[in-house]
Design a protein around this ligand. Structure first.
Ligand code: ADP
Ligand code: MG
Length: 249
């Protein structure tokens, strides 16, 4: 895969690791946090694979390492040891500049907080990161995202005028506007009621299929997790049962 105009030489991307059909692969991923005299193994040797276009949910109790894992997959943080390969690129070997490009162009992030800019209308919120990156927004795609996410009539409204579910759909449109290969969502329904939660995840799933993206959703809500193709459970920084079971949906 190529960063439009900013390609990283393939020998730097691959690091000698065969990707096969996994778009995401981690090998022996470890991350510790030290606070005072305490050391917490947030990730304690995680081997994890996600196939291209798969929708995987990661579940587990608060503090089990879900966000830490997602941050590693998105190049938001670096492991102490182990390897992360996404779309043929070995994130473990990238410098900060390469990681910044990876985050902007390959990964779409959706968080519990919508992080919309209050002074920008919906349309400008969606295109803002692209403009920052010097990329001209694809107006056709933005229009398509607005209508698919049922917020076309809100395009000129400001975030404060929208419901939580609508704000999260704007955040999803913003994440998708750069056509990322993978979408990483960390408790995206954490601030929504049940109805809005199902709506948001349902739309996220439809969008990921439509744009052939790989979708990884962290949640502690089993109902939401079961909307995925596969559920992976984390416990004390380790994958439970070696990689999850199929939700059958
Ligand atoms: P989850 O998302 O599953 O709730 P996290 O990945 O956020 O869990 O955290 C895993 C463990 O690492 C927890 O014990 C948490 O307290 C600890 N941790 C996470 N981030 C930090 C940090 N920046 N500093 C210290 N400890 C942290
Ligand atoms: Mg978390």
């Amino acid at each position: 895969m190529i960063f439009q105009g900013y390609d990283i030489p393939s020998e730097q991307r691959n690091g000698g690791i065969a990707v096969e059909h996994a778009i995401v692969k981690t090998i022996s991923l470890k991350k510790q946090y030290k606070t005072g005299t305490q050391t917490v193994a947030a990730l304690d040797g995680v081997d994890f694979e996600v196939k291209e276009r798969e929708f995987v949910s990661i579940i587990g109790k608060s503090g089990c390492g879900k966000s830490t894992l997602l941050h590693m997959l998105g190049g938001l943080d670096k492991p102490d040891s182990g390897t992360v390969v996404v779309d043929g690129m070995n994130l473990s070997e990238m410098d900060e500049e390469e990681l910044a490009l990876f985050r902007r162009r390959k990964a779409g992030f959706v968080f519990q907080q919508y992080n919309l800019i209050p002074d920008l209308d919906v349309c400008d919120n969606i295109t803002f990161p692209l403009k920052l990156d010097g990329v001209r927004p694809d107006e056709g795609l933005v229009g398509e995202l607005l209508s698919s996410l049922h917020i076309a009539d809100k395009a000129q409204m400001f975030p404060a005028m929208l419901s939580g579910g609508e704000q999260q759909r704007v955040a999803i449109a913003r994440a998708l506007a750069a056509r990322p290969a993978i979408i990483l969502a960390d408790e995206p329904t954490g601030s929504l009621d049940t109805l809005a939660s199902h709506d948001v995840i349902g739309l996220l799933k439809v969008m990921a299929k439509k744009y052939q993206q790989t979708l990884i959703v962290v949640t502690h809500d089993l109902d939401i997790a079961q909307m995925a193709d596969r559920i992976v459970r984390l416990k004390d920084g380790k994958l439970w049962n070696g990689g999850g079971f199929y939700a059958g949906k």
